[in-house]
Design a protein around this ligand. Structure first.
Ligand SMILES: [Zn+2]
Length: 313
């Protein structure tokens, strides 16, 4: 835990990590706590330090490795201080950051910046960061729709378009009252699809607050509270969905404001980035603690350029 204040300014951050060596030392400390661990056999017993700084060899496996091996940083030529700064920006920019902006800030091509952001988002969605467990207590669940030309229409017209308007992608979100968020792209809004997602994320016995969409009905393991939006019964004591709706507001502001366009095959990663920020981004949590949480998520995650640019099926 870092306990010297709560927020770290860009100036402070860049002073702390001015070069590759300082960033590497920090990542090594976070990942290995000072004792390099072989990525193949998991041993830290017979590890030899190589002549080139940051390189290690496991004498049991005869495998050379660095702190990048087996993480999103593997096979990237971008210095680790630039990676760390990109992670700082992702963690602190409320609406996110575009690849164009990142490319200018760290001096890489926009294509490289885009690839970096996609990898960091992939890490945001990995389960190793401590929020893999079930949500419990009062849970708000709701879907939203992203994309399509509908976004430019006035709100009242959009509502008439009905659920799952053509050309849009549905995202299902669940949020503990004042707590953690889970959100994922879903292929449809049938009861079967939605209930499988809810059961995969929400502990039995929880209170489930949703709107009147029939897909949420019939799950006996929850206490279901229905908010009747059509009757303008928006806030009825406990039964409201304001929390998850505020998540959609943040997601959409960022999505349309920062990213301008999106591709369906990358949407889950964008949603993961926003979820990470909402879950770890509490302003009472020290900036470096948030980045440490993200660093823990970078292990075991690989995303190759070939994977990223493969046609969506
Ligand atoms: Zn080994």
């Amino acid at each position: 835990m870092h306990n010297d204040g709560v927020t770290v300014s860009i100036y402070q951050f860049l002073k702390k990590f001015p070069n590759e060596a300082s960033a590497r030392a920090y990542l090594e400390k976070q990942r290995w706590n000072g004792h390099p661990v072989c990525p193949r056999c998991g041993s830290m017993e017979r590890i030899q330090t190589r002549k080139v700084e940051g390189y290690y060899r496991c004498l049991s496996c005869k495998v050379d490795f660095t702190v990048r091996t087996g993480t999103i940083f593997e096979r990237s030529h971008v210095p680790l201080d630039k990676w760390l700064y990109a992670m700082y920006l992702i963690s602190t920019a409320r609406k996110g950051i575009s690849s164009l902006q990142l490319s200018k800030e760290i001096g890489v091509t926009q294509k490289t910046a885009w690839f970096m952001l996609q990898r960091i988002r992939q890490a945001c969605g990995s389960g190793s960061g401590g929020y893999g467990g079930f949500l419990s207590g009062i849970i708000e669940a709701d879907e939203t729709y992203i994309g399509g030309k509908e976004t430019n229409k006035h709100e009242s017209k959009k509502l008439k378009a009905g659920r799952g308007a053509v050309g849009k992608i549905a995202v299902l979100g669940m949020r503990e009252r004042n707590g953690q968020v889970r959100a994922s792209v879903i292929t449809g809004t049938s009861a079967r699809t939605i209930q499988a997602k809810v059961r995969g994320a929400v502990a039995p016995g929880s209170i489930l607050c949703t709107d009147e969409h029939a897909a949420y009905c019939g799950m006996a393991e929850y206490h279901h509270q229905v908010v009747t939006h059509s009757a303008k019964q928006f806030v009825d004591g406990m039964a409201h969905t304001n929390g998850i709706e505020s998540v959609w507001a943040v997601l959409k502001r960022g999505f349309y404001g920062v990213y301008h366009s999106f591709s369906e095959k990358h949407l889950q990663r964008y949603v993961d980035e926003f979820s990470y920020r909402l879950n770890e981004g509490n302003c009472k949590v020290h900036t470096l603690d948030r980045i440490d949480a993200l660093i823990r998520k970078t292990s075991g995650v690989r995303l190759t350029y070939a994977n990223l640019t493969r046609p969506f099926s």
